[in-house]
Design a protein around this ligand. Structure first.
Ligand SMILES: Cc1ncc(COP(=O)(O)O)c(C=O)c1O
Length: 441
């Protein structure tokens, strides 16, 4: 008889067990305490776990409250683009809603079309599509790391971190290098004896809005025979190759950080997704063809996971058309709207980690305990943002994240700026002048 069966037939004396005391649950108490700020916010704050009942452009309705949305990642506004929306029905007629072969068992030709066009856009040797970046990190990082050593950016996205944990459970060692510090990575690689080395990091960072110095990181990796694995979820579609004809500091074509820094794919693997700038559920890894062929048989999701819906494949293809014809103009609009917000922060002397002009603007609050009150004020003024509470970010960086999209209107940006001015006036935000607080104290 199995252990579970024996347990289920065991007669239990008829008395209530004593309530577990906190001291007897150290495994959960630790997490309850660590996540207290976040849990309280989630339970009490209208901006957390909100149910959105209606949208009108980038305005959203929660209950009977309309807000300007600055929390989505639809940077190019493709989710609302008429040309893209109108392209979808023909694909549904041709393919139905969701032929659910896993890719190894049957790939609609749409995948081949996307891979071909994507490879040309990125300028990589080849590319492979899988449903999400999370699928890619969980399956590809352990394969590339094997039983070697992973050097992980200390502020890598949680999904990279989790992919590294899977690799660790299969025998890889994981070391961390300091955020934005290629010199530290160089030190660690120099001291490492393991010849199998994988370096995992973010491209455009989802909190700071800045890109790492890819050229410096790629040079360090090449010098020490390490493979560089970059997740550019937030850069793909937004930043791209530089050109004398570029319409903004984002560069042109939105073909990601590797091209933005005029780097090659020599010893560099790029991962990106369509679920942000392209508003579609699909992701990719740009890699050499022999690695792609290996992933087709060895990466779990290619055989074991369901595919992306047809509507998503359709919006990627239509989005690629729009990217070619109007992408740079949309990036100009996005850069201009973002610049307005950054100029406002500059004028008010309010801190933000954003040095790039890219459309992710984190604004730390002066006192991390005030995050709920600050969020409430933004809510009351009709501004919807992402609240970044501890432990999502370190206590010194608790604040709110604003993400702009090409579909936000100037009037919505006006509403946001007015709210930021009010918060600055009330002393809720952090000064960009490190000495100002001391002088005020
Ligand atoms: C840097 C980064 N990587 C990965 C992901 C997850 O992407 P996906 O939804 O395609 O799994 C996100 C999503 O927010 C992200 O910001």
């Amino acid at each position: 008889m199995s252990l579970q069966a024996r347990l289920s037939t065991t007669r239990v004396p008829n008395f209530a067990p004593p309530a577990p005391t906190p001291a007897k649950r150290p495994w959960v108490d630790h997490w309850l305490e660590t996540c207290r700020d976040l849990t309280e916010l989630k339970q009490a704050h209208p901006m957390m776990d909100a149910v959105i009942e209606e949208i009108d452009g980038r305005m959203i309705r929660v209950g009977d409250h309309w807000l300007a949305d600055f929390a989505s990642c639809n940077y190019l506004g493709f989710d609302l683009d008429r040309e893209i929306i109108d392209a979808v029905p023909a694909y549904l007629e041709a393919w139905g809603t969701h032929p659910s072969w896993s890719r190894l068992l049957g790939s609609p030709v749409l995948y081949e079309e996307i891979e071909e066009r994507l490879t040309a856009l990125l300028g990589s040797e080849d590319s492979l599509l899988l449903p999400t970046i999370t699928h890619i990190h969980m399956s590809v990082i352990p394969l590339l790391a094997a039983s070697g050593t992973i050097f992980m950016d200390s502020r890598a996205h949680k999904t990279i971190y989790d992919g590294c944990q899977v690799a660790r459970s299969r025998g890889a060692a994981v070391r961390r290098f300091r955020f934005e510090d290629p010199g530290h990575l160089d030190e660690l690689l120099r001291a490492e004896r393991d010849p199998t080395r994988l370096v995992c990091m973010d491209g455009v960072n989802s909190m700071t809005g800045n890109a790492p110095d890819i050229r410096a990181f790629a040079a360090v990796c090449r010098e020490h025979g390490a493979l560089l694995y970059v997740d550019d979820a937030h850069g793909f579609g937004v930043v791209g190759e530089r050109s004398p004809h570029e319409t903004s500091v984002y560069g042109t074509r939105g073909n990601s950080v590797v091209r933005h820094f005029d780097e090659t794919y020599d010893n560099v693997v790029l991962v990106g997704g369509f679920s942000k700038a392209y508003s579609s559920l699909l992701a990719f890894i740009a890699c050499p063809t022999d690695v792609k062929d290996l992933l087709k048989v060895a990466a779990t999701p290619y055989l074991y996971s369901g595919p992306s819906p047809v509507a998503s494949l359709a919006t990627v293809l239509a989005g690629m058309d729009v990217n070619e014809t109007r992408g740079d103009e949309l990036r100009r609009v996005l850069a201009d709207r973002t610049r307005r917000v950054l100029d406002c922060l500059d004028r008010l002397g309010v801190a933000t980690p954003n040095r790039s002009g890219f459309p992710i603007v984190e604004i730390p609050v002066r006192d991390h305990r005030r995050i709920a009150a600050v969020g409430q004020m933004l809510w009351d003024r009709g501004v919807y943002v992402t609240l970044a509470a501890f432990p999502l970010v370190p206590k010194a960086e608790v604040g709110f994240r604003v993400q702009l999209t090409a579909a936000n209107t100037d009037a919505e940006v006006d509403t946001l700026i007015a709210a930021i001015e009010e918060l600055a006036e009330a002393g809720e935000l952090t000064s960009s002048d490190p000495d100002a607080l001391e002088r005020a104290a």
